[in-house]
Design a binder for this molecule. Structure first.
Ligand SMILES: NC(=O)c1ccc[n+]([C@@H]2O[C@H](COP(=O)([O-])OP(=O)(O)OC[C@H]3O[C@@H](n4cnc5c(N)ncnc54)[C@H](O)[C@@H]3O)[C@@H](O)[C@H]2O)c1
Length: 330
């Protein structure tokens, strides 16, 4: 298939590009490099530096590369930034997707796999989270993604040839098994890379936001999924999409891990002391968030293979050790 990967220079998108190339697909990446890294894109993929909101360039790209399916990862994804700059998030993530859909409509491209998020659920009343639970985001980032889910639904209702899947990721972790690409965000807010930056001595300590939650060890519990499992699910979903499909799946492993467990495991994996400071709770951090991942298993026979968080940390550590300054391109 000819696949357009938006955001393919970012963390997850670059892993999707690698996997799609391995599977024999022809890959074109469209990324404005606002947050990504040119060197994260393997040379076998075509690279177009462009913004989603430049509808004409997106359309030309879709037509020139006779795209069959769009994997749409491009977005801004910092919750805190979205609270202080909501318009930037709605413009980039929500309007950016409208522009992409307009370009797809004009060029007759009818398939999309969209990166949604568990942030669309907000603070659910019970765990694990099932896809049918109410979606009530508690920040503009979550809303910017939930609006896209609604736009995709309305567009698909009006265009019976269109097919999409919205994949609601939980916490994505790890790096490519050969250590060739990995996670390099600036600033880094994800707990595993932050722990590894402390292990490397790049950051003096990690701050744990609250250890008095109603969880067994007092720290927050989240569901971590290996990036290679995540992109594997994308390929399975892409192959399954049929005209008219509107699919929504949680992508997690279905188990929660506490921040304390991650710290202990990161210390074991790296063999290094990781200094921890306990800070106050952050507003809007639910004690527990983990997925019920049954739907995609039942419908597409897919489930995560790397469920051990130690494996995720070890694979991320491999990348961090070989690339202590990340892509070193900024
Ligand atoms: N990392 C996670 O744990 C996680 C969890 C849930 C959902 N997601 C979603 O997955 C997707 C990928 O996340 P990531 O961690 O790889 O983020 P990332 O920041 O590493 O990658 C995003 C990429 O999109 C590009 N981009 C952003 N806006 C663009 C625009 N307007 N036009 C063109 N390119 C643009 C950036 O330059 C970057 O390369 C995002 O949509 C994010 O919301 C990620």
């Amino acid at each position: 298939m000819n696949v357009l990967v938006t955001g393919g220079a970012g963390y997850i998108g670059s892993h999707a590009v690698r996997r799609l190339l391995q599977d024999g697909h022809t890959v074109t990446v469209l990324d404005n490099l606002s947050r990504g890294h040119r060197t994260a894109v393997l040379p076998e993929a075509q690279f177009i530096q462009a913004d989603l909101r430049d509808t004409d360039t997106v359309r030309t790209t879709l037509e020139k590369h006779t795209i069959d399916c769009v994997m749409h990862f491009a977005a801004l994804a910092y919750v805190g930034e979205s609270v202080t700059e909501p318009l930037t998030y709605y413009d980039n993530n929500t309007y950016g997707t409208i522009s992409l859909l307009q370009a797809m409509e004009k060029s007759g491209v009818n398939r999309m796999v969209f990166s949604s998020t568990c942030a669309t659920y907000g603070e659910p009343e019970s765990m694990p989270i099932v896809e049918t639970m109410p979606q009530k985001p508690i920040n503009p980032y979550g809303w910017s993604k939930l609006f896209v889910e609604q736009i995709l639904t309305d567009y698909a209702n009006a265009n019976k040839n269109f097919a999409f899947a919205a994949l609601r990721y939980f916490n994505v972790a790890g790096s490519a098994s050969d250590g060739s690409i990995g996670e390099d965000h600036d600033p880094e807010t994800h707990i595993i890379p932050v722990l590894l930056n402390v292990a490397l001595g790049k950051v003096p300590k990690v701050t744990v936001f609250g250890d008095d939650y109603p969880t067994p060890d007092g720290t927050c519990i989240r569901d971590y999924i290996h990036v290679e499992d995540l992109v594997d699910a994308h390929t399975v979903v892409m192959e399954a999409l049929q005209p008219g499909d509107q699919r929504f799946y949680n992508l997690g492993v279905g188990q929660g891990r506490s921040v304390r467990e991650l710290i202990d495991t990161a210390r074991e994996v790296t063999g290094r002391e990781i200094r921890v400071e306990i800070g106050p709770r952050r507003q809007g951090d639910p004690p527990k968030l983990y997925a019920n991942a049954d739907k995609i298993r039942q419908e597409l026979n897919w489930k995560a293979k790397h469920t051990d968080v130690r494996e995720m940390i070890a694979s991320a550590w491999q990348w961090f050790q070989s690339h202590p300054n990340g892509y070193n391109d900024k």
